[in-house]
Ligand binder design. Sequence first.
Ligand SMILES: CC(C)(COP(=O)(O)OP(=O)(O)OC[C@H]1O[C@@H](n2cnc3c(N)ncnc32)[C@H](O)[C@@H]1OP(=O)(O)O)[C@@H](O)C(=O)NCCC(=O)NCCS
Length: 315
Amino acid sequence: MIEYRCFRNEDPPRLADIWRTADLGPAAFQPMTAAWLEACVFSRPYFDREGLIVALDGDRPVGFAHAAFGPNASKSGIETSTGTTMVVVVVPHDQHAAIGDALLARCEDYLRRRGSQTILGGGTPDIGGFYLGLYGGSGLPGILDSSPRMQEVFARAGYAEAERIAVMRRSLSGFRPPVNRLQLAIRRSTTLRVIDEPARRSWWEAAATTGIALRRYELRGQDESLLGHGSFWDMQPLATAWGVVAAGLMRVDIEGDRRRRGLANYLIAEALHDLAQEGVTIAEAHVVAANDAAMQLFLKLGFQTTSHGTLYRRG
Ligand SMILES: CC(C)(COP(=O)(O)OP(=O)(O)OC[C@H]1O[C@@H](n2cnc3c(N)ncnc32)[C@H](O)[C@@H]1OP(=O)(O)O)[C@@H](O)C(=O)NCCC(=O)NCCS
């Protein structure tokens, strides 16, 4: 008989055990410890124990699932009208599928009780706010194709694909920014600022990036106006587990009226050069596959799609 209950303070070592034993694929940090779960999950100020459901077979912990929300429009608090089940983690067990299904159903109950009308599956940079550095890579790409058993839980429950997210990577060994007339013209007419540990601009950003080393690149015009910016983070602890020094793109944004002039290409190429000189060997970016502009930008910069994740939506 499997028992389901919400998180208790003595659970972290059990959850780390479950994570280590479940087959989550190469994009899950291993070996998981209670300390890393504490740093990337339980210490977040918006962590709600009611949203983390644990499955026990007698005394043996056999699975957990975690439901969460994203920020409100001003990023000053949580918005519960949309909620997501970020992960469903089940150890090898003869009732594996039934445990996953029951965990997901309990997460959905929790989300509905908190007022969610839109119910998703998987995390993205804008929804969830947990597991960055523990699952996915430079961001949270929904549920990765390399975690097929987790994807099956959402498929069995009738979730549809809301977004496909491409995991794109580029080796930075010997990276040189492209040299052409457009890039030289941009270099002459702009200034690139490098800001380590930039001030977080909202409660959500501060809360979701606690303990994460960020570097922000700002491209400014001659009049100091902001033309665009991009932020990378040191992808710990995942990168150490992979044996590389990796920088993950959090976001790149060019001001609306300045797009299609080569600015993003220049900004990201300069950032990659800077990161390569600091010893970073791999850069990673997650791009919604339907975002043609961003997909083309990263392909042009020499990134390759290495895998995909799916963000699910409850029908
Ligand atoms: C994606 C984005 C950063 C591109 O910035 P940009 O300064 O317009 O890009 P560039 O002018 O440097 O373009 C570089 C290449 O990207 C591709 N590209 C850029 N915009 C494109 C578009 N609208 N459609 C198709 N390809 C596009 C092209 O291949 C382009 O090279 P080309 O002009 O020689 O064909 C910009 O559209 C943006 O800020 N979008 C909103 C935020 C976002 O989606 N960020 C990405 C998520 S991480």
